[in-house]
Ligand binder design. Structure first.
Ligand code: PTJ
Length: 252
């Protein structure tokens, strides 16, 4: 059950996001470790001023281009993402013409069932990776995340994997896929290994992506390719760290 957070509360927005996650945990969607991961994310969100900064905007724009140019883009979701922005990720899947696939690190039948039901209640027509969907295993990976959909991540050329663990990011990159992640921690292994890292809160990123993709559908291919070529993930991560450093200097 969500508690009411008054608009006047100075941390209203952050508390509301937290409440969504707690609610997701109570409903069996979020893993225990998901609560811990969220706390780490909150800390980094403080450091970037809880706003979409220019480095995040640049990475988000490039991520949208990569999805638009992909042959088989897939949006992977875990318990945290499904709890924090179910409607928004469904909308993104529609505009990006990319299927949703549930792919869990802490995979249990109970969580699978709860997540499938949750996404369907929010209007998802098709969710890969669960139920009757045919799955295969990615050999490079040990965790339960190795189980992927034959029609989804297995054949994908571009995978959007927000709030991801480092092992699978490495395995996906090693298997030749382009990986886009959203991770508030610019130092995480996932942030360092992905081809595009959006250092921002998933709740801000997903609606921004939908908006950007809608605009970009009118862009000529040449312009899209230029955006992709001009992006350098390492430099962009450095910009995120530099921003945090400057901000701490100013605040201290
Ligand atoms: O639902 P499951 O079973 O697939 O498990 C999901 C978790 C998140 C538990 C699993 O993927 C995991 O353990 O992830 P990590 O290794 O803790 O990495 C999650 C990363 O996401 C961390 O670097 C956090 O800083 C970051 N993060 C947390 N909340 C947000 C976030 N990044 C963007 N937006 C957030 N709201």
């Amino acid at each position: 059950m969500l508690i009411e957070v008054p608009d006047s509360h100075p941390r209203a927005q952050s508390l509301r996001i937290r409440e969504k996650l707690i609610d997701g945990f109570d409903k069996g969607l979020v893993a225990k470790a998901g609560l811990i991961a969220h706390g780490r994310g909150e800390c980094f969100d403080y450091l970037i001023g809880e706003k979409t900064q220019i480095f995040a905007e640049n990475a988000t724009e490039t991520a949208c281009v990569m999805l638009l140019l992909a042959q088989h883009p897939v949006l992977s979701l875990n318990g945290n993402v499904a709890s924090l922005c179910p409607d928004e990720i469904i909308e993104l899947g529609k505009v990006a013409e990319a299927p949703l696939e549930i792919n869990l690190f802490y995979r249990t039948k109970e969580r699978e069932d709860a997540l499938l039901k949750h996404m369907q209640e929010h209007g998802a027509q098709k969710v890969l990776g669960l139920g009757n969907d045919e799955t295969v295993q990615i050999e490079e990976l040990q965790s339960k995340r190795r189980i992927v959909s034959k029609r989804g991540i297995f054949i994908a050329d571009v995978v959007f994997v927000p709030l991801e663990d480092g092992d699978r990011t490495e395995a996906l990159v090693a298997s030749g896929k382009k990986v886009i992640t959203v991770d508030l921690n610019p130092l995480s292994r996932t942030a360092q290994k992905a081809q595009i890292t959006i250092v921002d809160n998933i709740v801000r990123t997903v609606p921004l992506m939908t908006q950007m993709i809608k605009e970009m559908k009118n862009y000529p291919q040449k312009k899209l390719r230029e955006i992709l070529t001009n992006f350098d993930n390492k430099k962009n991560l450095q910009a995120a760290l530099h921003f945090i450093l400057q901000r701490l200097k100013e605040l201290s």
